[in-house]
Design a protein around this ligand. Sequence first.
Ligand code: SAM
Length: 301
Amino acid sequence: AGSSSAAAMAALAALPPLRDVIAAHGLEARKALGQNFLFDLNLTGRIARAAGDLTTGTVIEVGPGPGGLTRALLAAGARRVIAIERDPRCRDVLAAIAAACPGRLEVIEGDALEVDAARLGDGPRRIVANLPYNVATPLLLGWLRDATAFTCLVLMFQKEVVDRLAARPGTKDYGRLSVITQWRAVVTPQFEVHPRAFVPPPAVTSTVVRLDPRPEPLAPARLETLERVTAAAFGQRRKMLRASLKPLGDPLALCAEAGLDPTARAETIPVEGFAALARAVDERARAPSPPAAGNATVARA
Ligand code: SAM
């Protein structure tokens, strides 16, 4: 392995600099594709290292673009990288990287929203990506549905999104995204990245975050019900639960069953409290008339 990895390092090092690659292939960034490229090798190396040991299983990269982070993942020893890129202009550039590391990089040309990443390659699976910001949140929510398929996710978002992912109850950033994400994963912000690190620079500061999926959700609940409960509660975040939960049934009964104060507001309720509310909503839906067969099982994955 030593000499083959040395050969791979030499082959990676022999690839032309990213700036030259972009110029030679006319890969000017397209805003519609959320393209903000990273050329700084220290930075791409740091992102790759935040995902830990990459020498087993599969690294899934969304949006490799010209391949800066892809090169860093391979240089960090990734056994196998499966990269999903929508922009066909990147095909030849990525093929050159694959040729430098035979058998270690596979490129899927297509829309990552339509790929089931939980079924790609062998486990342990790690997702590492400098995400296209226009689809970053829907991608994350899709992966969280199958969270246990992944060992960890190291993702670059706008800083403001990471603030919401990591927010604690009682803060202004705490909302639906915080509850759903923290219910399924431990969220650990890693470091901020200045707009100048990208070409072209985005309008806002970015943050790399690491998500470690929990083996079991923080508390039992059905995801669909948790989504409904958080939508109702945070849809009217300044109102008390006794008002905001009305669309879901008798709010006082739901709060009593969940052990919550009906005069509290959504932003003070911990994740476990929303899970308890979701269970209460499902209980009450079940109580009056028995459910049809196969309905309403408690999601554990
Ligand atoms: N990884 C590269 C880097 O760090 O320099 C590029 C990151 S850039 C922020 C986002 C990349 O995602 C672009 O290459 C873009 O073409 C690609 N992309 C945008 N939407 C996508 C989608 N729906 N599925 C897959 N890739 C997408």
